[in-house]
Design a protein. Structure first.
Length: 170
């Protein structure tokens, strides 16, 4: 939330974190930066947001969903990392369906996800009425395959996908 606020002043930002210790850490960061009037951190399961916010309340949703399906890969021994990476508390469809509920018509969603699962991401977005509009691949280094993808989608948008110049991490 802090990085988002730095880009544009006058925003009202809600940060949602399911893990208590990470939500507490985010709250402290907001307080240290004296941004309590602009940024609110809520410790909550994303799937419960329909009980907190109204339908079509937001212009933008930004998410870094868990990307490892249950039953795939070894679960990280760190509970904090396991919840962040594995679909333990919610899955991609949960994130996209709730985001679609929260977004106004023509609202935007920004996601970072594993590039190997791009098709799964696109299918989920379209299932919930969000059209993928811009994609940017992230490569660990030049000459290596992309491992992540940044995607912008628009709720109720028309079909047209633009591919932007890739990002190289190192």
């Amino acid at each position: 939330p802090l990085l988002l606020f730095g880009k544009r002043k006058g925003l009202s930002i809600y940060g949602i974190e399911i893990q208590k210790d990470l939500a507490d850490m985010a709250r402290r960061s907001v307080e240290l930066n004296k941004l309590q009037n602009c940024i609110t951190i809520i410790q909550e399961d994303f799937r419960n947001l329909k009980n907190i916010f109204k339908n079509q309340q937001f212009d933008v949703v930004v998410s870094n969903p868990p990307y490892i399906s249950l039953g795939q890969g070894k679960i990280n021994p760190s509970n904090r990392r396991a919840i962040a990476r594995h679909e333990i508390k919610c899955d991609l469809d949960d994130i996209i369906s709730i985001s679609s509920y929260l977004l106004k018509n023509k609202g935007r969603i920004y996601l970072i996800y594993r590039s190997a699962k791009l098709i799964k991401l696109v299918i989920s977005l379209k299932k919930y009425g969000i059209e993928p509009k811009v994609i940017k691949f992230i490569h660990p280094q030049p000459g290596e395959n992309a491992n992540l993808v940044l995607l912008e989608g628009i709720k109720g948008g028309k079909e047209e996908l633009k591919t932007k110049y890739p990002i190289f991490q190192y």
